[in-house]
Design a protein around this ligand. Structure first.
Ligand code: NI
Ligand code: MN
Length: 230
């Protein structure tokens, strides 16, 4: 059985039964709500997955992949930046709509409506399209929406997701009511709010999300460091 651990903001750790360890959007250093620092992952990290290039999602990605040898999974432009500018050795470029069968399971990038700037030094030429990600870990299908508006494209995920992590912070992404509509479109078993409460501009009460979801999914509001068996 795998585990999902929330580390605050949009940072989500997934581990599979065989010990494979994945980290999505590793914003730890400088994240006031992170429960751990990057050193927590130095003993083992197999994959770092970036939904897009904003600083609150890249976070510690470059130092983590250098330190651990983890493979970076990102859109082509972001993966190219990592390789050409940051010297990242193991990068797997992908793009929206494409999937790949990794040793841990299948991973597919989904559309996300948001900004494409890559916020890291020397990144001027590397704008990209933000992504969401659907990945299977030990057969459990997890959707991390990245930063996105509500979009009808989410209807295409209906029946394909067991656990959905969706931004609810408003201002930069969906707010809790639109996120509730997203969950009703996707119809996952479990819905988890992310990307809220980190900064004043996204200070949203997650209970609004629970109300907006209604009975459409089992809403789990995870505090930083909390684990969900998957
Ligand atoms: Ni963003
Ligand atoms: Mn963000």
């Amino acid at each position: 059985m795998g585990r999902l651990i929330y580390h605050g903001h949009s940072c989500v750790e997934l581990t599979s039964a065989d010990g494979t360890r994945l980290l999505i959007d590793p914003f730890l250093t400088g994240n006031p709500n992170a429960d751990v620092g990057p050193e927590h992952f130095h003993d083992r990290l197999d994959y770092v997955i970036l939904t897009h290039g904003h600083a609150d999602h890249i976070g510690d990605a470059w130092s983590l992949v250098e330190r651990t040898g983890a493979t970076l999974i990102a859109t082509y432009e972001l993966a190219s930046y990592a390789q050409e500018v940051k010297g990242v050795v193991n990068a797997h470029p992908m793009h929206i709509g494409g999937g790949w069968d990794f040793p841990f399971g299948r991973l597919k990038l989904t559309p996300a409506i948001h900004g494409g700037k890559v916020e890291s030094d020397g990144a001027e030429a590397y704008t990209t399209i933000p992504a969401g990600v659907v990945l299977a870990v030990d057969g459990t299908r997890v959707y991390h929406a990245g930063d996105t508006a509500l979009t009808r494209d989410m209807e295409l995920l209906e029946g394909q997701v067991d656990i959905a992590l969706v931004p609810i912070g408003d201002n930069f992404t969906m707010g809790p009511e639109d996120a509730g509509r997203a969950i009703r479109m996707i119809a996952p078993r479990v819905a988890i709010p992310i990307h809220y409460a980190t900064f004043d501009l996204i200070a949203v009460d997650p209970e609004r999300f629970r109300t907006a979801v209604g009975g459409a999914a089992d809403v789990r509001i995870l505090g930083p460091g909390e684990t969900l068996e998957i």
